[in-house]
Design a protein around this ligand. Sequence first.
Ligand SMILES: [Zn+2]
Length: 88
Amino acid sequence: MKKTTSKPTFIPKMYCNLFGHDYQVSKKVTYHVKEYTCRHCKKELTTNSNGNLTELTPKFKEINDILSRIHASRMQRLKKKSFASSIY
Ligand SMILES: [Zn+2]
């Protein structure tokens, strides 16, 4: 059995204060919009409409959700199109 040790949360935060956040892409919303999560403190960022990074608030999560759905359906349509054109 693997025992999960619950680390106190102030350590990752202290780490980030000292060394800075270590953001990794956690979700690709569209080509230009991505969501990032800090490996240490789990702080989340996203790309906003200006192309800058901003804190991932519930409002931005909502926006990204809609964006990714639009993006996915657009990709789906593109795939169908190229599939059709490869037949003919
Ligand atoms: Zn951090």
